[in-house]
Design a binder for this molecule. Structure first.
Ligand code: ZN
Ligand code: FE
Length: 256
């Protein structure tokens, strides 16, 4: 199976855009369209022509660039079925459990409601890559705007079940702030302490901290570590269930 080329670029304040390109067929997909001009510039940089836009959720910082891009490229816009009424440029609706083809690669749709109810993530199993939108961030997870904590916890567990070497691209560079919060609930975790230094150095050099890898998140992302004895002890929640611990961590981050 041929390997897709992946190009990540920062845009807006702290968003990431991502392009996926298949050399053999020339097909190129954008994950979301946070900023139309930035997507067009990235395509020009790479010399790629856009054929697909894969939309994770309805928020403007993921969809507002679609019109600018589709006015230049005749591309297929695939997104959550729930969102087709709000974002009429979506031509093909997909839902949790669906699969579709991109350049000969099967793309699995994973519904991860919580940040929004319509959120979907795109898993390219043959590439070992997942695009998590605003569900899972490096050392963080999306703020819960439309769902509830138990829904978000169930969504994160679906992602946690992916292979540990899965490469994760997400919608935002929030890693430094997430690291500061992670230290407040899991400061004794040596893997976290090491990662905090790596992140500091990357940001000081103006470099992205993404993509990340599932095993690194399992080891250092407090939102995936509701079952961890150390975090539970720090929170005084040794006997709570994982969803309650997750809800407590999410609530603390909202007020951090
Ligand atoms: Zn969002
Ligand atoms: Fe966002």
């Amino acid at each position: 199976m041929s390997e897709l080329l992946i190009h990540q670029f920062p845009c807006l304040g702290d968003n990431y855009g991502v392009l996926l390109h298949d050399e053999a067929s020339g097909q190129t997909a954008a994950i979301d369209a946070p900023d139309g001009q930035a997507v067009l510039d990235a395509l020009k940089d790479k010399g790629w022509s856009l054929t697909h836009i894969l939309v994770t959720h309805h928020h403007a910082d993921h969809t507002q660039g679609i019109g600018a891009v589709t006015s230049k490229f005749d591309c297929k816009v695939i997104g959550p079925t729930d969102t087709m009424s709000r974002v009429p440029s979506i031509q093909q609706g997909v839902d949790d459990g669906d699969s579709f083809d991109f350049a000969g690669h099967s793309v699995r749709v994973i519904g991860t409601p919580g940040h929004t109810l319509d959120m979907i993530n795109f898993y390219f199993a043959d590439q070992g890559v997942v695009f998590t939108g605003d569900t899972l961030f490096a050392m963080g997870c999306g703020r819960i705007f439309e769902g509830n904590p138990s829904m978000m916890w169930a969504s994160l567990q679906k992602l946690m079940a992916l292979p540990a070497d899965t490469v994760i691209y997400c919608g935002h560079e929030y890693t430094q702030a997430n690291a500061d919060f992670a230290m407040s609930v899991d400061g004794g975790n040596p893997e976290l302490q090491k990662r905090v230094e790596i992140v500091k150095a990357l940001r000081a050099a103006g470099k992205p901290t993404l993509p990340t890898v599932m095993q690194v998140e399992l080891d250092t992302n407090p939102f995936l570590r509701a079952g961890d004895a150390g975090i539970r002890k720090n929170l005084g929640m040794e006997n709570a269930d994982d969803a309650e611990v997750f809800a407590e961590i999410r609530g603390r981050k909202d007020n951090f």
